[in-house]
Design a protein around this ligand. Structure first.
Ligand code: FES
Length: 310
């Protein structure tokens, strides 16, 4: 990637960033890796200071983890209210070039003169034309084929008769599947203990709801999994309150007892272990949830006793 000369942004003239205060000869460009809230702020400070900035992220869009949060701890501020102005500023700034869906492959050179090799993953959209409206997902003709349930079953051959009966009944009884998609997926997840792809395909074919939308919901919420789950799901809270009260030790001990890693399921299919962020019982920290039951003030030595109940 070649260095570019900084461009003048009339909207930011005079706002010298603190990171570059005192720098007189501004040459070349800067690469900021990671476009979370800190990456965006760093890019804005540098760009306002006169540098041309490449803001790189491995995800298809900037924003990082914070863009997936509703509120932030401990002030309960709305995450998007904090982020949105920075997202817009980064997108519009003449001195910032967004390099999304890309990874750093190699870095060579010395401070002040680096050569960075970047691998860009293929995108299926024309970035020049995309406005991010999402209409293409909804209107994609290749996904929006509504097939009658019998025909849809051909496209999901792994669907067992029981699964098919359950899904058919679910779709029959839900008058607005698209509007209540989250609830439908919850029912499927409860029945199958995860969201099998062939079941999602069947729902997609039978209703015309794009599979991509279901996958995006399934991957957004921690409560869903696209991998098979155990009979019981153990969720160790790693929110701030639980973390400072030692939930990391609970997680390590559980991994030892169950002989599995985070996100894995025991070989007998009994337990799945996962970490979650704040389950809303901070006063009980450190907290662990098994299925719908919450255990507070959990101590490492009490874990085996809790597991025996399941
Ligand atoms: S941090 Fe809130 S319940 Fe763990």
């Amino acid at each position: 990637m070649e260095a570019e000369s900084p461009r003048t942004d009339s909207t930011t003239t005079g706002q010298s960033g603190s990171l570059v205060a005192g720098v007189s000869n501004k040459v070349g460009s800067v690469l900021v890796v990671g476009s979370g809230i800190s990456g965006m702020q760093a890019a804005l400070d540098l760009a306002n200071g006169g540098y041309y900035v490449y803001l790189l992220d491995s995800e298809p869009a900037i924003g990082g983890l914070m863009s997936k949060l509703d509120k932030t701890f401990p002030t309960n501020d709305c995450a998007m209210c904090v982020m949105s102005p920075k997202l817009v500023d980064c997108g519009r700034h003449l001195n910032i070039e967004l390099v999304t869906y890309a990874d750093v492959k190699n870095i060579e050179g010395v401070p002040g003169n680096y050569n960075v090799e970047i691998v860009r993953k293929a995108k299926s959209v024309d970035e020049e034309k995309c406005t991010g409206c999402g209409d293409c997902v909804t209107g994609c003709p290749s996904r929006y084929v509504v097939r009658p349930p019998d025909e849809a079953a051909q496209y999901a051959p792994e669907l067992t008769a029981d699964d098919k009966d359950f899904v058919d009944r679910l779709l029959r009884e839900e008058p607005d599947v698209e509007g209540n998609l989250l609830a439908v997926l919850q029912d499927v997840s409860e029945y199958c203990r995860f969201l099998p792809e062939h079941v999602l395909k069947y729902v997609s074919d039978a209703t015309g709801i794009p599979l991509a939308r279901m996958i995006s919901i399934a991957t957004f919420y921690d409560a869903f999994s696209l991998e098979p789950r155990g009979e019981h799901t153990i969720s160790v809270c790693m929110g701030t309150a639980c973390h400072v009260k030692g939930s990391g030790l609970l997680q390590s001990r559980l991994q030892d007892i169950l002989q599995i890693g985070n996100g894995e399921t025991t070989t007998d299919g009994k337990f799945t272990l996962q970490t979650v962020r704040c389950i809303g019982c901070c006063a009980l920290a450190p907290a662990v949830r098994i299925d719908d039951e919450t255990f507070g003030f959990v101590m490492v030595r009490g874990l085996e006793k809790i597991l025996k109940r399941f």
